[in-house]
Design a protein around this ligand. Sequence first.
Ligand SMILES: [Zn+2]
Length: 183
Amino acid sequence: MSDTMTPEQRHRCMSHIRSKATKPELKVRRWLWSHGYRYRLNVKSVPGKPDIVMRPYRTAIFVNGCFWHGHGVRMRECVNVLMRECIEDSTCCKIPLTNRGFWVDKIRRNQERDTRNCQLLMENGWRVIVIWECELKASAIEQTMRRVELQLNENLLSLYRHKPQPYPLDEEQASSLAAEEIC
Ligand SMILES: [Zn+2]
């Protein structure tokens, strides 16, 4: 991403991106909808206001832009180092050299917020799925969404998973169980 914007333009651009559904998110929604899944969007009562909420699956989905959320970047400890040197770029997330400190700080704070939200959700019994923008390229989306689908089904099953409870058996049942064990 080139960085030739004035601070004011940048601010407008960023608030615009934040307030609207992003294109990657739309891809996910379209896929889910066309495969029969239903969902709610930006539910305020759910911690972290996830992009997509699927209550019956107790699942929150975040669709993350690789740049804004620093996909694959490595953060180093920032003590006594300038902010712009705290990060190692990844193939998905190349941070401009101009204003680098600003971007690093921004991405770092986004990541910290993501981690907090995820923890909060899990503490409240939610399961979290993160989908990255780069996983939604035409060549990858089907595989990505099949993985998401599998995860959704696992999440649903886990809601109904319970330990078998011992229950009293009459004599006939008890002997048939013993026979099962021998076979
Ligand atoms: Zn990525």
